[in-house]
Write a protein of this length. Structure first.
Length: 418
């Protein structure tokens, strides 16, 4: 195969708002598309609103007409103007550089992104989108035309404009890529890739060459908003995503490759196939004495006992361990407890089951703890502990009650799991 044919790809390229903040950046972004198109690549462009236009539209609208916030349908129509304007300008920039292009608008009959009626947080109807994307985009590619699609925007089957919400433009790009069976999605941002830490808080963070979608979702949970989890739900497993910087003005540069997919299912499962012991170390302001945690951790490592989990707060440290613990380990940890002034005592519960509930944006679903705890109360199953970490809820019950507890939780979450 010739080198030129190897370079020919099918790409969905999304430009973020900072990449389109002014005429110079729009021109540079358009030039990068032209450069890739001249290699023979077929490209679909997704654009965000220029700069902070969406925020400005929202602020201006609510300041002038606060009642609009109570009419999400009207608000979505206004907020859509940022991306719709961006698409028109980007198409003009491409044409000025000699590349034939067409922009899409939700008023068009062949608009490709169809959603439900959840204004402000609409969900794409993937099967409907897939058919429309193939019918509207593929004929343009066959003619050498570059389509420009406003991100973040949808339209209901009865023609009403919606917005997709957080990560909406990324979601648009992923839905397009899956329907077109694209080789790759390229997200053009104001950073050179996904980094080991926020450069605003640490010096010299490194750019990750690759990261799995599941791990990226974990970063989103921890406050690093490289990409919204909601958008990651739509990332196709077989299509990689390359996150690059807009500064070089080229699409064919390295950045960070996001691989695999982010599971969207709500799952209820046992975190351990065997009974678990819960070791609690109590004290007074333990967290101010990291040597205590360090000594206990070293003792656990030396004993070669598999640690199933660990949680801590100001006055306690809780360690989840295999049920059959050697007495020598318990004695050595007790020695650490009596050694330090800030530790008071230790306690051990055996024969517990760790039930874990995982799911996308579980922490943003109101009433989840109640849905889980209420049926267990009705079944007279005591909860030894319950805590949440982002999109994961962990429940501790007696081992002998694990099957009934899991059945009750699954039943109570049936609508969410579906």
């Amino acid at each position: 195969m010739s080198k030129s044919k190897k370079n020919r790809k099918t790409l969905v390229v999304k430009f973020g708002g900072t990449s389109l903040a002014d005429s110079e950046r729009v021109s540079k972004a358009a030039s990068s598309v032209v450069g890739e198109a001249k290699k023979g690549s077929k490209i679909a462009v997704v654009v965000s609103a220029m700069g902070k236009m969406t925020d400005q539209l929202l602020e201006t609208t609510l300041n002038l007409s606060p009642v609009t916030n109570e009419n999400p349908k009207a608000l979505d129509d206004i907020l859509s103007m940022g991306e719709r304007t961006s698409a028109r300008i980007f198409r003009a920039a491409l044409r000025s550089k000699g590349v034939d292009s067409r922009y899409f608008d939700p008023t068009d009959n062949d608009w490709p992104i169809i959603t439900d009626h959840m204004y402000g947080n609409a969900k794409p109807l993937k099967s409907e989108c897939r058919d429309r994307i193939k019918n509207s985009i593929l004929p343009l590619w066959a003619k050498g035309i570059v389509p420009v699609i406003p991100g973040f925007i949808g339209k209901t089957l009865d023609g009403r404009i919606t917005t997709i919400g957080r990560g909406g433009s990324d979601t648009t790009a992923f839905v397009l890529a899956e329907a077109l069976n694209a080789d790759e999605v390229v997200l053009v941002t104001d950073v050179p890739g996904i980094m080991t830490a926020d450069p605003k808080i640490v010096k010299n963070p490194r750019i990750l060459q690759t990261i799995r979608a599941e791990s990226l979702a974990g970063l989103a949970d921890s406050g690093a908003k490289f990409m919204h989890k909601k958008a990651l739900k739509y990332k196709p497993k077989s299509i990689d995503v390359r996150v690059i910087s807009s500064k070089p003005g080229r699409i064919d540069i390295s950045g960070t490759i996001v691989t695999d997919e982010f599971s969207v299912d709500v799952g209820v499962y046992l975190a351990s196939a065997h009974p678990v012991a819960i070791l609690t170390v109590l004290g007074d302001n333990i967290s101010s004495e990291p040597t205590i945690i360090s000594e206990i951790s070293r003792r656990l490592k030396a004993s070669r006992v598999h640690v199933l989990g660990l949680t801590a707060n100001t006055n306690s440290m809780i360690i989840y361990l295999p049920n059959d613990l050697p007495k020598s380990l318990l004695n050595s940890i007790h020695a650490i407890v009596v050694k330090h002034k800030k530790t008071l005592a230790m306690a051990l519960k055996r024969n517990k089951a760790i039930i874990r509930i995982n799911g996308v944006e579980l922490e943003d679903t109101p009433g989840m703890i109640g849905r889980i705890s209420e049926p267990l109360r009705n079944d007279r199953i005591n909860i030894s502990g319950i805590f949440t970490i982002a999109s994961s809820i962990t429940v501790l019950v007696d081992w002998n009650h694990r099957a009934k507890a899991m059945e009750s939780i699954k039943k109570s979450l049936k609508e969410v799991i579906a």
